[in-house]
Design a protein around this ligand. Sequence first.
Ligand code: GDP
Ligand code: ZN
Length: 298
Amino acid sequence: MFDSPSREDYPAVGDWVTITELDRERAVIHKILPRKTILRKKYSNKQESQIIATNIDVAFVIESVDRDYNLNRFERYLVLANDGNIQPAIVLNKIDLISDAELNLKIDQMKGRFKGVDIILTSTITERGLDELRRYIIKGKTYCFLGSSGVGKSSLINKLLGGNTIKIREVSHRTGRGKYTTASREIYFLENGGIVIDNPGMREVGMADSSVGIENVFSETITLSKNCKYAGCKHIHEPGCAVLNAVKFKELDENKYLNYVKLKKETEYYGMTELEKRRKDRRFGRFVKKSLEQLKEY
Ligand code: GDP
Ligand code: ZN
């Protein structure tokens, strides 16, 4: 604690640490080993970003075909993973709920939108795709599941565990008493030597300063933008914008373009200084106040 100037220097899920064991339930952490990768998220109403997990090699970005299916959300998770230097793979679960025709349509949509990202189709009911998922996980690598709650993360992990593995029990906060908080995450060691971290459902996935991730996920847009007439083109209404032109001629998916603009704006807001943010918020506050007065008069 003395050596930790910031919150991020504290141990996070996925860290490897050196410890001295005090008794069965307690230990002193001396050192965190250097982190290979860091996965961060940010709540849109808070300033700071937060570490979700460290040392992840592959992030399974998971959605289910029923109410949860959303390409923009996939893209958001892909940016987060990319920004943390983590290889993403898409998992689409509960495929037993739709017909093959519907499934093929979704596969086409995903392939069109996420080029070069592996897509694994699964059902924990029919067990379709589970072998492929198992083969994806290799010894010595660490994996996590990113997705909303209810999409089937726990069900899939249970299938991967198959009853033969050691489950590392989550550690409760300080008290060491029987009740374990649900906010914590768990780490599982699979029989084949792969490690899986179970992340809680994230209702809100905000962009931290994810400019690197955005450049990777939206590389098409970035390449196009080199041909924009103006160097600082924001690709919103500027004349001679190569990105808008590509959208117009259907060379660039319109939804992908819209999501790009949205995520870019978020990450730029995050990158602003505190002073800029306060100014912006104050301006907005004045605007709201004035509007309310006008409304009353009206
Ligand atoms: P988590 O919140 O992401 O961990 O999701 P759970 O694993 O708890 O699953 C949520 C619900 O979806 C449960 O009722 C599961 O039985 C159900 N479920 C999980 N996988 C599948 C699947 O492949 N097909 C169908 N039809 N239901 C599933
Ligand atoms: Zn442009």
